[in-house]
Design a binder for this molecule. Structure first.
Ligand code: FCB
Length: 464
């Protein structure tokens, strides 16, 4: 956005719709623990984290935040903060230990208890089917590289829909397919640790097919279902003025931003990706993928600065310019890029938008009073929420904001070294200690409630 059109996007907040949701997000592998209890089998992250040196400090998801046992306290905490909604994911290896076949009743009852506790607390459950924990038994059969996975995923979706669809209406198929395919099958940085061009493009196409298959199942099985997928999306700026970096940034954006939303919404792949997935696409596939959706789920933290590289997509992450402020772990802080991303999504996809992840890691330390005064996180959240409100004032149909994350948790390759929670977790005792940002978030939610206007008439939750 240039200075000229700031007039069009005034720096003032619009009144809040009364159905606007303020929430928090987590994921199963990052918080549950109980990795080998009550019938849960290995997932790819259990196996990937086992050899020393893969995850920082050789951390694992074995215990994590022990949410499996402490979910009731965690729900009580959410209630105290005044959250309207909570997004979590279902651990596929907990409910279907072999990925298909016999379900694990004990695992299924954990989510019954969690969902019932949320509803009792007046918090709307948002379920994401897949937040990166594929059953190892399916990876042994090729995982996302095997086209049969579309059927396995649809069967998993059917199990979840029939079990919880009476109480849960909001379902997302995938969390950040652009990240787990590129990092897990292209760069080898995430489970299952594969770095291979064919593997990457097979995985991309099969994840898209699985998305379409699961949407059909959810739509047919859950009355009043409200369905979407959760995409990472951010501007990809070239690191330098060189034509090579400019071309790399465009190429990277095609994979990162469009390899999933374009087929899912418009039944086509961006040109670079289309050529690479062509060998795996069968007649009728694009129609199977592009199923009607109710909302666009966005995860956004910062823009990317991209440079040319000899790797398998010809582009990689570079350093931001020196004058761009950064978080404690070096992620650029550019709230305007968030506002522009929301406006861009609004214009392209013409669906209600839910921000399903935004937040920051910080260098959280206890002060003398035993509190964590995480001012840098508060400043980040404030700036990003203001940017969202500018986008809303300029016409973006944003209906909810979920902070990442409720709790400090297992941050993939960084293990427990990066703390993204608004609530501190003392991993030695599993004590939860709300940080200053949690109190700030609760106060902000309460204050926003006073600025509400009724949702436009005739709009169901998502239509409109
Ligand atoms: C996102 C992931 C989430 C968490 C945050 C920090 O990419 O969806 O699990 O790791 O980043």
């Amino acid at each position: 956005m240039t200075k000229d059109n700031l007039e069009l996007h005034p720096r003032r907040a619009a009144p809040q719709r009364s159905d606007f949701l303020w929430g928090a997000s987590t994921s199963s592998f990052q918080i549950e623990g109980a990795a080998h209890l009550d019938g849960r089998a290995d997932g790819i992250w259990d196996v990937y984290s086992r050899p020393p040196g893969r995850v920082k400090n050789n951390d694992s998801g074995e215990v994590a935040c022990d949410h499996y046992h402490r979910y009731a306290d965690d729900v009580a905490l959410m209630r105290e903060l005044g959250l309207n909604a909570y997004r979590f994911s279902i651990a596929w290896p907990r409910v279907l230990p072999q990925g298909r076949g016999a379900p694990n009743e004990t695992g299924l009852t954990f989510y019954d208890r969690l969902i019932d506790a949320l509803l009792k607390a007046g918090i709307e459950p948002w379920v994401c089917l897949y937040h990166w924990d594929l059953p190892q038994a399916l990876d042994d059969l090729g995982g996302w590289q095997n086209r049969d996975i579309a059927g396995w995923f649809a069967d998993f979706a059917a199990l979840i829909a029939h079990r919880y669809g009476d109480r849960v209406k909001r379902f997302a198929t995938f969390n950040e397919p652009g990240v787990f395919t590129l990092f897990g099958y292209g760069f080898g940085w995430h489970a299952p640790g594969v770095a291979d061009k064919a593997a990457l493009f097979k995985a991309i196409h099969h994840v898209n097919l699985s998305h379409g298959a699961a949407i059909d199942v959810l739509r047919a099985s859950v009355r009043d279902a409200s369905l979407g997928a959760i995409h990472n999306r951010q501007p990809c700026y070239p690191c330098t003025d060189s034509p090579a970096d400019a071309a790399a940034a465009l190429r990277f954006a095609a994979y990162w931003n469009d390899a999933f939303p374009s087929p899912q919404h418009f039944a086509c792949y961006p040109p670079d990706v289309a050529e690479a997935v062509a060998p795996y696409v069968q007649p009728g596939d694009m129609a199977r993928i592009a199923r009607p959706l109710d909302w666009f789920g966005l995860n956004h933290y910062s823009p990317h600065y991209i440079k040319a590289d000899a790797n398998l997509i010809g582009a990689s992450f570079g350093a931001p310019p020196d004058d761009v402020p950064r978080t404690a772990i070096g992620w650029p802080i550019v709230p305007d890029a968030f506002r522009d991303t929301l406006l861009d999504i609004n214009a392209r996809f013409r669906l209600p938008i839910y921000v399903l992840e935004n937040g920051t890691a910080a260098d959280d330390k206890f002060d003398d009073a035993g509190q964590i005064q995480d001012d840098s996180r508060i400043a980040y959240l404030k700036a990003y929420i203001e940017a969202m409100q500018q986008a809303i004032a300029a016409g973006a149909d944003v209906r909810g904001y979920f902070v990442w994350s409720l709790l400090d948790n297992f941050e993939w390759g960084a293990g427990y070294s990066q703390r993204f929670g608004i609530v501190y977790v003392d991993y030695a005792t599993q004590r939860r200690i709300p940080k200053a940002s949690a109190r700030w978030y609760a106060d902000m939610i309460a204050a926003q409630r006073n600025r509400e206007v009724p949702a436009p008439r005739g709009n169901r939750m998502e239509s409109g």
